[in-house]
Every structure is written in C-alpha cells, then in structure tokens.
Design a protein around this ligand. Structure first.
Ligand code: ADP
Ligand code: MG
Length: 348
C-alpha cells in the first residue's frame, strides 16, 4: 500500500525532465505567495525564462493589488467603500473579471454571487475570528447579497453597488484570471511547456516536455479518512483544472468537536456554507477563469443541477464528489480521468 502510494505520488508530482533535449532548454521554477495562497510557476525554456517568470509574478501581484478585498487601495476595496454612494472607475482587468463573474452569477441563477462578501466577513472562515453567526445576523446580512445590484458602465469603466453596506469578493474567480494572465505572458515569451499551481488551481501549457500529457492529481477531499492524497488523475494538455471543496478552509475546532464542517463556500440563498451533498468538485476548461468560477458553481449547485448547468458552457467538463464517496462526471471527462482510489466509486 505504502509503496503504491509512493509510486502514485511520484507519478503525480514529478515533472519529468526527460524530453528537455533541445539545446538550452531547462526547467525553471518560481514560488510566490499572493492572492492568499502559495503559487508555483514552472516553465521549460531557455536562459531568458527566469525573466519571463518574474514578469508573470509581477502580473499576479498587480492583479492582487487590484482585486483583493484586503488591500485598501484595490479596485474592489474602493468599490465596496463606495457602496450606495457612487460608481468607481476601475482598471480594465478588474472590470473584465467582474463582468465575467456577473455572467456566472446570472447563468447560475445566483448560486455564484460575488456580492457574497458581507456573508464572508460575518463568518470570517478565512480570517482570525471564524465563528458561526446567529440566524438573525445571517438573515440581516443576507439582504445585502444580490448581484443584480451591481451596476456596470462599460463606457466609463465604472462599477456601482447600488445599496449601502454591500460588498463584492472575487475570491472564487480572481485566481483563475491570474492563471490565464500568467499563461498569456509565458506563451508570449515563447514558452511551450509549463505548469502553474495557484493554490490548487492548475493550468498547463502545451504537453509535458517529453510530449506526453500532464498527469494532474485530484485531491482526495477526505485524505484524513482514506490516507490517500489523491483520488484520481486527470490527463490534460493546454488547459486548466480547478477544484473547490469543503476540506481546505473550514472552522477546524468546531469540526473536531462536532464533525460539522463550516467551510468557506457559501450558498447565497441561505447565507450558510453550501450544503449540496458535495465534498469536492473539479472543472476542466480551456481558460482558468471559467474553471475557477465553474468549480465554485458546481459546489453550490450540487451534482445534478451543477452538471446540467455545465452543458451551457462549451468546452468545460466537470467532476462532482459527494459525501457518500460517489463520483459523478460530465461528458468529456471519460477519457481524461483515471480514478486511482478504491474508496471512491464512479456513478454512471
Ligand atoms: P478557493 O479560492 O479556496 O480555491 P473557490 O474558488 O471555490 O475556492 O472560492 C471560494 C471563495 O469565493 C470564498 O473564500 C469566498 O471569498 C468566495 N465565495 C464563497 N461563496 C461564494 C459564492 N457562492 N459565489 C461566489 N463567491 C463565493
Ligand atoms: Mg472558484
């Protein structure tokens, strides 16, 4: 078992160097902490590759400075400060991400809702003082959650939250956008093979240097029960795979006492952590901005509604894992996914 696990881990995490036979092509890696997560950028290229990676890292920091709720001068913070007061002119990239996010808000009928921020703050799952708020508090704050009150002006590039105390949070989509920007910068720099990991949001450029597909491990949401880090491998090239789940960020001490996981993905209809029966979702899309938004959508919507919803979004395929350890997949996933854990069962 242990040996099997080691081999599997080796397969999953090893980024093979075989194939870097073209003269001067080497593996280069850059690690940064940004967007509230650990980020590793790996590219195969020539001597100028570190410079390209540096440029990509700077772009991630720029995106963070514009889109973080926690940075006072960010576009998002300014929009939130001016809720109910006035429209705010913002950078093109923030505008683009908000516009795309609102498309998902609409299409998912509010399962995805960037105006979730007051609820995020109330629970503070990712912060210093996470707690389970009273029902009344949740009801009161939930009245502020309504993506139809985000008013965009395309000409003036302004965003206006039409009611006071509203707030937006791009936490479910900004990492995806950042990954797409890194891919763009690397490709413009001539990189043909690379892999990016933005806190579990994975994007790959081309194939592996040896010409084979990238093997991406899908985290087992119940690693502490099953003992295996991954439950499946996705074999992909030139696309992004993003996962959401109840296992990364939740109130740990309450979980240890009660077995209830109060996690960080909320159902905008209830103001409570989404309780659709799923413990994990993954989505593969050409662009990471879509995979990021969609993995969150699926997690809130549940497997039936979620996988049905996915049919509206061309070129994306998804995986839903429920609490009974059943795996549901959309069309397009059959050839890509190899389930490696015996604890999980694929439902047809
Ligand atoms: P992660 O960023 O941890 O990988 P997600 O992409 O699923 O996971 O995004 C979760 C984050 O998105 C939360 O921390 C919160 O800021 C925000 N969020 C929570 N629930 C929703 C929702 N229903 N719609 C949009 N954003 C949400
Ligand atoms: Mg997401």
């Amino acid at each position: 078992m242990r040996i099997k696990k080691c081999i599997l881990m080796f397969l999953v995490v090893s980024i093979t160097l075989i194939g870097c036979t073209q003269i001067g092509m080497k593996e280069y890696t850059k690690n940064i902490f940004a967007l509230d997560t650990y980020i590793t950028l790996t590219a195969y290229g020539r001597r100028n590759t570190p410079k390209i990676l540096e440029k990509a890292a700077q772009r991630i920091e720029e995106i963070e400075n514009r889109m973080s709720t926690e940075i006072d001068t960010s576009d998002v913070a300014l929009i939130n400060k001016n809720a109910g007061i006035s429209p705010v002119e913002i950078h093109d990239d923030t505008f683009y991400v908000i516009e795309r996010a609102l498309w998902y808000c609409n299409m998912s009928d509010g399962a995805f809702d960037i105006t979730i921020y007051p609820i995020v703050k109330l629970w503070d799952i990712n912060g210093d003082n996470p707690r389970v708020p009273e029902k009344e508090e949740i009801q009161e704050v939930l009245a502020l959650v309504d993506y139809t009150k985000v008013i965009l002006d395309r000409e003036k590039k302004t965003v206006f939250l039409s009611a006071p105390n509203m707030g937006i949070d791009l936490g479910a989509i900004a990492k995806g956008y950042a990954a797409d920007e890194v891919v763009r910068i690397l490709e413009e720099g001539g990189i043909e093979h690379g892999i990016l990991n933005l806190g579990g949001n994975i994007s790959v450029i081309g194939n592996k240097p040896d010409g084979t597909l990238w093997n991406i491990g899908i985290r087992d949401p119940r690693e502490e029960e099953t003992g295996s880090q991954y439950l499946a491998i996705a074999k992909i090239s030139d696309c992004s795979i993003v996962s959401s789940g109840d296992y990364e960020r939740y109130i740990k001490d309450i979980y240890e006492k009660t077995g209830i996981r109060y996690h960080h993905i909320f159902d905008p209809k209830t103001g409570y952590p989404a309780d659709s029966g799923l413990i994990g979702t993954s989505v593969i899309s050409k662009r990471s901005i879509d995979a990021d938004a969609l993995s969150t959508c699926l997690f809130v919507m549940g497997q039936e509604r979620g996988l049905d919803f996915l049919k509206n979004v061309e070129g994306s395929s998804g995986i839903c894992i429920d609490s009974a350890k059943k795996i549901y997949i959309s069309s397009g996933m059959d050839d890509v996914l190899e389930i490696t854990s015996e604890e999980y069962r694929l439902e047809k």
